[in-house]
Design a protein around this ligand. Structure first.
Ligand SMILES: Cc1cc2nc3c(=O)[nH]c(=O)nc-3n(C[C@H](O)[C@H](O)[C@H](O)COP(=O)(O)O)c2cc1C
Length: 192
């Protein structure tokens, strides 16, 4: 089974809810693991945790997550992203699959900028970006209700994530797992 690492920051727990939904979706076809950046492992602005770096280096896919803060990823996530620069020069993450998720309090309050940043980060590493293939407005279950194809752009209200966004997140987890499986076993069939 392919290995997937979900690495994210969450302060008040809504991004964490999305991460858990992605984890559950990925678990159907892969072996996911999940890591929440707490801030304690950031020293002098730099993310330091050798165990998680080793896990990320071994993974077939990495899924990035952060709340949208001031139209971009949180400082805690950025500390992690900046520290990944060593991997950039070594091409350690090249050709791994990448995807991303974020959340904000309004329906459209620059969550796309955070996803765009994640996709640029993935491209800097030579990773293969996996967006959403659910056409917003044409899904029977209403998933991708905010019409963001780049990844999960979710909305929180009073600490709760919109339940449709959680379903969309579950779907993305499974989709990444399916693609990772396909890349490791090219003859494997798609499952709906
Ligand atoms: C400093 C700060 C900046 C924020 N900026 C945005 C923003 O630009 N767009 C948005 O939709 N929500 C913004 N929010 C709201 C958070 O993204 C939202 O509450 C999110 O659900 C928090 O995620 P968490 O529960 O994982 O910490 C901001 C919140 C904080 C604390």
């Amino acid at each position: 089974m392919p290995s997937i690492v979900i690495i994210y920051h969450s302060a008040s727990g809504t991004t964490a809810q999305l991460a858990e939904a992605i984890f559950a979706g990925a678990q159907e076809l892969a072996t996911p693991s999940i890591y929440r950046i707490s801030g304690a492992e950031i020293i002098a602005g730099r993310f330091i945790d050798e165990a998680i770096w080793a896990q990320l280096d071994q993974a077939d896919a990495i899924i990035f997550g952060s709340p949208t803060y001031m139209g971009g990823p949180s400082a805690q996530f950025k500390a992690f992203a900046d520290a990944s620069g060593e991997r950039w020069s070594q091409r350690t993450w090249a050709n791994k699959i990448a995807a991303g998720f974020t959340i904000g309090t309004l329906a459209n309050s620059d969550q796309s900028s955070t996803l765009l940043y994640f996709s640029v980060l993935a491209s800097q590493h030579g990773m293969l970006w996996c967006g959403l293939d659910i056409p917003g407005g044409y899904d029977e279950q209403g998933r991708n209700r905010l019409g963001t194809q780049l990844g999960i752009a979710a909305q929180s209200s009073d600490g709760q994530v919109n339940p449709i966004d959680l379903m969309t997140a579950h779907y993305l987890g499974k989709r990444v797992a399916q693609i990772a499986l396909k890349m490791s076993h090219p003859s494997s069939k798609d499952t709906p």
